[in-house]
Ligand binder design. Sequence first.
Ligand code: ZN
Ligand code: ZN
Length: 252
Amino acid sequence: MIVHRIPMFQDNYSYLIVDEVTQMAAVVDPAEPSAVLRLVADLNVDLVSVLCTHHHWDHAGGNLAIQHEFPQVAIIGGKYDAPRIPGITAALDHGDELSVGRLTGRVLSVPCHTRGHIAYIFEDALFCGDTLFVGGCGRFFEGDATQMYAALHDVLGELKDEVRVFCGHEYTVSNLRFCKLVEPANNAIDEKLSWALQRRQCGEFTVPSTLGEERTYNPFMRTHHPSVQAFAGSSDPVEVLRVLRQRKDEFR
Ligand SMILES: [Zn+2]
Ligand SMILES: [Zn+2]
């Protein structure tokens, strides 16, 4: 399996997942179709699916253009976002499987940012849209802290440290600045931040990270740690998550 990262708009990421054996491919959130179609043509792969994480236009807005070029393509999305996902052909739910050539992926239901937000996991690669970012998490547009807690700690909590995190946006540097505010004494944040600044200066991506890394510096994944709880003024992990998100919303 090869994962190609395709930057689009200001800070969005789309990903092309290629099965090297069959040369079949799926694309995650191809909101800017021209970049995706160019890569598909360059690589000469067979695009079989569009994997939509959620209904927002900067993720699902390119579906119809992709469908226009590839009328046979499956457009997959979460059951509860389905009415708002253009061109959807298959609405999936937690635990459903899908294949791309010889690769098998699994759907994880992670509602909160949107009601029907889903993530996809293929081998060691997690495509989590706007649920988890490097150093952060998505805004609670259509859900609450209880749901985001379930997403980050119950659903993603079952995944191994080695799993690579392919998220929906390049927000790493500003996220890590917030991490630093929450846990000023956490060295893992300093290391990741100086690395990320260096990468961005060279125009390089900071994705993917790994879940193991996120668990060392991302406060939204660290709601059980005393230093994060002290910042939030609570020892209830769900309340900690709620306070963190609120403080992040106000953070500039
Ligand atoms: Zn979104
Ligand atoms: Zn987004």
